[in-house]
Design a protein around this ligand. Structure first.
Ligand SMILES: [Fe+2]
Ligand SMILES: [Fe+2]
Length: 330
């Protein structure tokens, strides 16, 4: 992995400091689109990566450095405010399982999965995989931050899901490993972070949402709602992605998607009833947050899908492009 190129004042400010030994610095107030901005979400993504696999050439001492945390908190505050403006918040009024199902129905209006199944080219499929690599090479990790923040039924259910995500004891079955195998089958580089430089803010935002909800204890309800909808909206789309790859003759690249068809049909039931509904019953004050996390996922996923399909409809790559020119993965 190489450090990505800066995309504007925020990411430049941060990258210039991170390559130096840890030191105090102050940051300008965030600017740009807090929902999907390229500069904004690259800066936030880099802050979070210090907590996951770290960054190449960047001291591990930066992880908890107060100057980075201050910047991260100000980015999170803007991201959160922007999401709250677009998404209804407040207490849940009905059965949480019923409401979670209602949230997922909006996503069906805009089906990237149908496009990938019936119409995408192999180049578009590779682009889609590259976008998703920002999450799927660390699949399940953001929700694991929530484990010590739960207890009882919801904790047991979350850990049951996560155990499957981490291969149930078999390293070769870790879902992030299966995704790396898919990338390699498609001739892509499966090294962690290999493509951050071309992944736009609208895609990084979907990952930053999970990291923000996972790393802030006060958002534990939202993290649970996010995971519930993630599992609810996985089985059917993944079967479509697998069909799309077979249509394109890439049968050897389908294992990751095939695995999720069955696994996530089971995870959906555990996530909705044993985890999210149980948490709402045990801690009713979190019910509104559970729905917020669910709606935030759908909001950002729809924006992601729209970006890909609009780019391709216009005959363009969906990757981030700097002023220096087009960057594509072929
Ligand atoms: Fe998975
Ligand atoms: Fe799953």
């Amino acid at each position: 992995m190489l450090l990505p190129e800066p995309r504007g004042p925020l990411s430049r400010h941060l990258l210039e400091r991170l390559v130096q030994p840890p030191h105090d610095f102050s940051s300008p107030p965030p600017e740009g689109d807090a929902i999907g901005g390229d500069d904004f979400h690259l800066a936030l993504y880099l802050c979070y990566e210090l907590h996951y696999r770290g960054l190449p050439g960047v001291s591990e001492e930066w992880e908890w450095h107060p100057s980075v945390i201050v910047l991260r908190r100000s980015l999170e505050a803007d991201f959160e405010e922007a999401l709250c403006t677009q998404i209804p918040t407040g207490p849940a009024e009905d059965d949480i399982a019923v409401q979670l199902h209602a949230v997922t129905e909006t996503e069906c209006e805009f089906s990237l999965a149908d496009y990938m199944r019936f119409r995408s080219t192999i180049e578009e499929f590779k682009e889609f995989v590259v976008h998703r690599s920002a999450y799927q090479l660390k699949e399940a990790d953001p929700h694991s931050w929530v484990i010590p923040r739960l207890s009882g039924r919801a904790k047991a259910a979350l850990v049951e899901i996560q155990a499957d995500e981490y291969g149930s004891g078999s390293p070769e079955r870790i879902h992030a490993r299966l995704f790396a195998d898919t990338m390699e089958s498609l001739g892509l580089d499966s090294e962690y972070g290999a493509y951050v430089n071309v992944i736009p803010g609208v895609s990084l935002a979907t990952v930053n949402l999970m990291s923000m909800l996972g790393l802030n204890r006060r958002w534990r309800g939202a993290a649970v709602g996010h995971l519930a909808v993630f599992e609810m909206t996985s089985s059917v789309p993944n079967s479509k992605y697998a069909s799309g790859l077979r249509r394109l003759g890439a049968d050897e690249a389908t294992e990751f998607y095939d695995e999720h068809v069955e696994a996530d049909a089971a995870h959906e039931m555990i996530a909705v009833h044993d985890m999210a509904a149980a948490l709402a019953e045990d801690e009713p004050a979190l019910a509104g947050d559970i729905l917020f996390g669910a709606r935030a996922l759908v909001e950002l996923d729809v924006a992601f899908a729209r970006h890909l399909m609009n780019s391709w409809a216009a005959g363009r790559s969906s990757f981030y492009t700097s002023h220096a020119g087009e960057q594509q993965v072929r």
